[in-house]
Design a protein around this ligand. Structure first.
Ligand SMILES: [Zn+2]
Ligand SMILES: [Zn+2]
Length: 302
């Protein structure tokens, strides 16, 4: 099949483009999203949250090629046999592309890696990992103007559907291309430049550009509900092409209304008495968990 823009062989079907036209289409789409939703100002100090997977590396690659101040931030929770591999990939990538890579370890921040925390406590891995990870992301993104994450259209449509099914309007209201605005104290502006890019497109782009990524899923992944929604949505997409795009398009048309609706019920934020991070309670979620699961000896050091 021929590219719709030239007479070269197509390497991607929907849309049907040759290699060069696909690269241009992909990068234009990301840069147009940044422009349209005012995600990045020219002089912004940008940090990309990286996992070593294809989405965050593709995002880092494009932002680093188009903006001046771009760094990477990786949270090393300490899962042996998984995180060490992705960190190696990240280090290689960042040294090749001249990007400053910041690695923050659970071990250093909380006194123990996730593997040990899980061994010592009966607790769901994704719960503790998510809470601690968010805390470190928030803490270490403060010196930047924006933090960018690699969520693609598949991820977003899945999150929208999940929050709808659970009727969680508060979470649902935070799924636009930009959230956590500068106007809320204690938060850094969070942006998702790959918002309108499908997972298939990210995959194709990373292969074409030779961006080596970790393909493995986190060995602890166990959020059964999320996986079910993901699988159902994938099945639906195969039968009814465009389902994921429709969900995201619906959201974009309505998210301002959703935000407006929950505005009055939004929790008033204050600073955590223990760590100073924003929270709606006296002690934040992460500190409560730290006090519960970390030993007294570890807490003394903190
Ligand atoms: Zn072409
Ligand atoms: Zn706290």
């Amino acid at each position: 099949m021929e590219c719709v823009k030239c007479d070269k062989k197509a390497i991607f079907l929907e849309p049907t483009f040759c290699k060069d036209h696909f690269i241009k289409y992909f990068e234009d789409k990301v840069l147009n999203t940044i422009k349209k939703y005012d995600l990045i100002d020219k002089d912004d100090k940008i940090v990309v949250a990286v996992s070593g997977g294809k989405d965050s590396l593709v995002l880092l690659y494009i932002l680093n090629n188009n903006f001046e101040n771009v760094e990477a931030l990786c949270i090393d929770e300490g899962i042996q046999g998984y995180r060490d591999k992705t960190i190696k990939i990240l280090k290689d990538f960042c040294s090749k592309h001249n990007v400053n890579l910041n690695i923050k370890k659970f071990q250093k921040e909380f006194g123990k890696p996730l593997d040990i925390i899980l061994k010592e406590n009966k607790i769901k891995p994704c719960t503790v990992c998510g809470v601690f990870r968010r805390k470190l992301m928030n803490k270490y993104s403060k010196e930047y103007d924006v933090i960018a994450t690699g969520h693609n259209r598949d991820d977003i449509s899945q999150a929208i559907l999940m929050d709808l099914l659970k009727y969680n309007l508060s979470l649902l209201s935070r799924l636009s291309p930009v959230s956590g605005t500068k106007t809320r104290k204690g938060f850094t502006k969070k942006i998702k430049p790959l918002y309108f890019i499908s997972e298939k497109e990210v995959m194709a782009y990373s292969i074409i550009l030779g961006i080596r990524t970790g393909f493995e899923e986190c060995p602890n992944v166990e959020d059964a509900y999320r996986l079910k929604v993901r699988d159902e949505l994938n099945r639906y997409e195969i039968k009814h092409l465009g389902t994921k795009k429709n969900i995201v398009d619906w959201y974009i048309k309505n998210h301002i209304d959703i935000k407006e609706k929950i505005k009055n019920s939004e929790l008033v934020l204050r600073s955590c008495n223990r760590c100073g991070e924003p929270t709606s309670r006296e002690i934040c979620n992460s500190c409560t968990m730290e006090q519960k699961i970390l030993s007294k000896d570890t807490l003394k050091v903190l």
